[in-house]
Design a protein around this ligand. Structure first.
Ligand SMILES: *[C@@H]1O[C@H](CO)[C@@H](O)[C@H](O)[C@H]1NC(C)=O
Ligand SMILES: *[C@@H]1O[C@H](CO)[C@@H](O)[C@H](O)[C@H]1NC(C)=O
Ligand SMILES: *[C@@H]1O[C@H](CO)[C@@H](O)[C@H](O)[C@H]1NC(C)=O
Ligand SMILES: *[C@@H]1O[C@H](CO)[C@@H](O)[C@H](O)[C@H]1NC(C)=O
Ligand SMILES: *[C@@H]1O[C@H](CO)[C@@H](O)[C@H](O)[C@H]1NC(C)=O
Ligand SMILES: *[C@@H]1O[C@H](CO)[C@@H](O)[C@H](O)[C@H]1NC(C)=O
Length: 609
């Protein structure tokens, strides 16, 4: 599916305004505005005479050119915008839920957050010009549901949005969607059609518009590892805020690892009491519930991962259920320190797992559950005398295939416990690519109707197609484009870290899932970008995710036929919007390039001449 954008007219020769600047040019006013010339916004100086016709940057960019210059991600359906802006009275905005659905707590939260988005546009309440028209927003959900809405693999996230003006001048907006999630996306798009004009110092809205929109891919996610370094809930919420702005819908919470166990499991208190970096660095059950609900308000599923059988360590030290815990030299037993792997031969292990799964299901109510499954070391298991004896007692050898059998045994027994806590609902399970997802083991141990495989090898790895041709659904996180921790100093030695260099937003934008999947694109659920947090914590989180996660979001929502070059001017505008909302997104270019559209790209001059 490619995006189809219908701009009403190709060139905005003149934009009209419902209101004109109330004061003449003086020292406090801007001395420049913008003009749309040949589809590009040009910065021009203003004089007393033409001040009233001046156009602000966000308005110019909204209409100028063939593309809708400020919507991110671009809608996939028809878009019509009339080139006319109107001042909105921000103290007179109302959101109504039509079709007799009553506003609950969830909707109140959605509404409050939306109002915050609008208010964040205003640099100073003091200098905001009063006046403007009333704005009435009606939201209609076709599907009624009891209880809290839950995003699943079959949720229809589409929406229709229309804006019009009544005879008395007030602006009315209708958003129609199948369900809560689509409606929420509609509100997000609406917020992007409302701008602050810093020439007139007022908030303006497009006076007439109609948009139909639906995502191309169902699974649009970010992964955050909160075990290598801890992230306070506040920084996780900031990530969810950014995700909501670009319609990303899955927060994959890699909550534990061998370095720390920050997840409160009341029945297994030792795990987090011993395993967390400090008593303050634990996600309590209230914290988790808070994050899950915060995500729901923003249209985001929060999916937990309990990574096993490798990637465990701290917290498990007294349980006698692990092998090679903190073994040295670590290079012999795992890919990074500290080592640790669950011992599948210990019967009591599965009861502990059930307690962890049980709390995860209770708190997250996941529609898809991630069981990890990456980087299992045969050497680690083989270093344990008791594991070797157990395998001998089964009549197995000690070849690699025997250890794969052991892993398959673990996966089967662990899955039984997942199914028990999920009351037999056969929740889809995600696993990382590994030896287990290769032939012949994948056929022996992983049911294709049950398991979704998350790809983390390179996009060109032939193993991807081997998995696809067997009929598995996949989520793509090819590390060569979507591991956002790549780039930077090494931490187990000098030089650069393992997956250097840093991946630019352009590569993220151009990471085509269709190309990776070839003939099997229909088996691609979508994609996730990942932050593994060995060298990242709350202070450097935002600039690692943003705006690269936005580049991913447009690839997944819109899947444009065009590449990063056509998106460049828009992502600069969009990055300002992230910053406006308190997200410390990285600066991509000098601000001069934002204000002087298409003057910076090296190929632009050639293309125009
Ligand atoms: C306003 O006038 C200045 C100086 O005459 C001119 O350079 C600029 O292009 C004009 N701008 C608009 C928006 O008409
Ligand atoms: C919104 O829906 C109402 C009721 O169906 C209708 O009267 C109004 O014209 C619609 N407004 C827009 C902007 O589509
Ligand atoms: C949006 O409008 C289109 C065209 O009128 C219609 O086919 C579709 O069902 C609408 N979708 C929703 C979610 O209302
Ligand atoms: C740990 O487990 C092994 C076998 O799994 C057993 O031989 C050993 O006695 C146990 N140690 C303790 C302290 O329980
Ligand atoms: C496991 O260790 C034994 C020695 O204890 C060795 O013979 C065997 O080759 C090892 N297996 C693998 C797969 O490395
Ligand atoms: C499973 O059933 C129990 C008992 O009815 C219930 O408390 C629990 O919430 C259910 N779990 C899930 C994941 O549906």
């Amino acid at each position: 599916m490619n995006s189809r954008i219908l701009a009403v007219a190709a060139l905005a020769a003149l934009l009209t305004f419902g209101t004109t600047p109330s004061e003449a040019l003086n020292n406090d006013h801007l001395v420049y505005g913008y003009e749309c010339q040949k589809g590009v916004c040009k910065k021009v100086e203003l004089s007393e005479e033409n001040f009233s016709k001046a156009i602000s940057l966000p308005v110019c960019r909204l209409f100028c050119g063939e593309d809708i210059g400020t919507l991110w991600p671009k809608p996939t359906g028809a878009v019509e915008l009339e080139r006319l802006m109107k001042q909105v009275d921000v103290s007179n905005i109302e959101i109504k839920l039509l079709a007799s659905r009553k506003k609950d707590n969830l909707w109140n939260n959605v509404e409050n957050r939306w109002m915050d988005l609008i208010h964040a546009k205003i640099p100073s309440r003091k200098s905001l010009n009063n006046g403007g028209y009333e704005l009435n927003i009606g939201v209609t959900l076709k599907e009624q549901h009891d209880g809290l809405p839950r995003l699943t693999l079959v949720t229809d996230e589409s929406y229709n949005l229309s804006i019009d003006s009544a005879a008395d001048g007030q602006v009315s907006v209708n958003i129609t969607a199948e369900n809560f999630f689509g409606a929420r996306h509609g509100l997000e798009t609406l917020a992007q059609l409302i701008v602050y004009d810093d020439i007139r110092r007022e908030v303006q809205i497009v006076t007439k518009a109609s948009i139909y929109d639906a995502p191309v891919y169902k699974w649009r996610g970010l992964l955050l590892d909160t075990a290598r370094n801890f992230f306070p809930v506040k920084s996780i919420k900031r990530t969810l805020d950014g995700m909501a702005m670009v319609k990303l819908n899955t927060f994959h919470w890699h909550i534990t690892d061998s370095h720390s166990f920050p997840f409160e499991v009341p029945k297994q208190a030792e795990l987090y009491k011993l395993g967390a970096y400090s008593p303050r660095k634990v996600y309590s059950q209230e914290d988790v519930a808070d994050v899950v609900e915060y995500g729901r308000v923003r249209g985001i599923r929060v999916m937990p991962e309990f990574d096993a059988p490798a990637h465990v360590g701290e917290g498990w030290q007294h349980k006698n259920m692990t092998a090679c815990f903190n073994a040295q030299p670590w290079k012999n037993f795992c890919v990074e320190p500290p080592c640790g792997q669950l011992d599948p031969t210990v019967e009591g292990l599965y009861n502990v797992l059930e307690d962890i799964y049980s709390d995860m299901f209770k708190l997250f109510n996941p529609d898809v559950f991630h069981m990890g499954g990456d980087e299992v070391s045969v050497n680690c298991w083989n270093s344990s005398q008791s594991i070797r004896s157990w395998m001998n007692a089964q009549g197995w050898g000690l070849e690699e295939s025997d250890f794969m059998q052991l892993w398959g045994h673990f996966q089967e027994k662990a899955l039984e416990r997942v199914d028990r806590v999920a009351n037999g609902t056969r929740t889809p399970i995600t696993l990382w690519t590994s030896r287990l997802t290769e032939a012949p083991f994948i056929d022996d141990f992983l049911d294709k109707d049950r398991y979704i495989i998350q790809i983390w090898t390179t996009g060109e790895d032939p193993k991807v197609k081997e998995i696809l041709k067997r009929g598995y659904r996949i989520i793509v996180s090819n590390y060569d484009a979507l591991y956002f921790d790549c780039g930077g100093a090494g931490w187990v030695t000098n030089g650069n870290n393992w997956c250097s260099p840093y991946i630019g937003w352009q590569k993220v934008y151009d990471n085509s899932l269709a190309k990776i999947a070839g003939d099997y694109e229909h088996h691609v659920l979508g994609s996730e970008a990942a932050i593994w947090s060995e060298q990242i914590d709350e202070f450097t989180l935002d600039n690692r995710f943003w705006p690269r996660a936005s580049a991913l979001a447009e690839r997944l929502w819109t899947n444009p036929a065009t590449n990063w070059r056509q998106a460049e001017a828009r992502i600069l505008m969009h990055r300002e919007r992230l910053v406006e909302n308190g997200i410390g997104a990285e600066s991509l270019q000098p601000e001069w390039c934002l204000q002087n559209e298409d003057e910076c790209p090296i190929d632009a001059y050639d293309a125009q001449n």
